[in-house]
Design a protein around this ligand. Structure first.
Ligand code: MG
Length: 249
């Protein structure tokens, strides 16, 4: 069941979303060669504490860190550890925060130093597919219009959409209904309604869409080890159109 949020709840989610936006803004310039992914996690933890917010992912089904850091062929759910970031890498940061009982969730993929052009194009197309999907988060559309817009934007550019992971509703729980696939035909599923809050998150690869989970039980990598990118925003559907809660205004 999709829980509609009242305007008061959306106001709270705006605050949680703002913390997530500031956290990403804080982390992105810190993604530099020589840093371990664990160091990014520590910085994120300290930042969330300074904001009076809780990390959303720590302890979630046993996840052992505050944020997910996924490098190159890692798609999502990378566990921060001893992996050292290198020039030429692309690094996906997925961050979530809980504040005042509500969650915010966002992700971005960051190029480190000089990155090969095809990987930069992957990042640009993934980001564009999210922006296109956000434009459709209005009461004039149905849920699968979002899915379809992502798939169309991505495949037109010769990239592939990951199917094993999906976006989701978000609110007092990090993952609520509805699941939001990043592929499929348009004009299906529930009509989008003011009060819905959606975490839209395209995951896109330079190769095939198949993924596998490593022995750590979390890190999802592409089956063919092609590189992947991930962008996400938490978006409220309003009468006036989409309101991105995890964007710095
Ligand atoms: Mg999410």
């Amino acid at each position: 069941m999709i829980e509609l949020k009242t305007p008061e709840e959306v106001a709270r989610m705006r605050k949680a979303g703002a913390v997530v936006a500031r956290l990403l803004d804080f982390l992105i310039p810190r993604v530099e060669p020589g840093l371990t992914t664990k160091e990014l996690d520590r910085a994120a933890q300290a930042f969330l504490k300074s904001q009076g917010a809780e990390p959303a992912f720590l302890g979630y089904r046993g996840f052992p860190a505050c944020i997910c850091v996924s490098v190159n062929e890692e798609v999502v759910h990378g566990i921060p550890g001893e992996r050292t970031i290198q020039a030429g890498d692309i690094v996906s940061l997925d961050v979530g925060a809980k504040l005042g009982g509500y969650y915010g969730d966002a992700a971005a993929t960051v190029p480190v130093g000089r990155v090969r052009p095809e990987a930069l194009r992957l990042i640009e197309v993934t980001k564009r597919s999210l922006e296109r999907a956000i434009e459709l988060a209005t009461p004039a559309h149905r849920l699968s219009d979002i899915s379809s817009a992502v798939q169309e934007t991505v495949e037109r550019e010769g990239f592939a959409v990951v199917r094993d992971f999906v976006g989701h509703g978000i609110g007092r729980a990090m993952h609520e209904d509805p699941p939001i696939p990043n592929y499929g035909p348009p004009n299906r599923g529930p009509r989008l309604t003011p009060g819905m809050v959606l975490a839209i998150e395209p995951m896109v690869t330079m190769g095939g869409w198949e993924v596998e989970v490593l022995d750590d039980g979390w890190t999802a990598v592409t089956a063919d080890r092609a590189w992947a990118a991930h962008f996400e925003h938490t978006v409220a559907v309003t009468e006036q159109g989409p309101e991105v809660l995890t964007r710095l205004s």
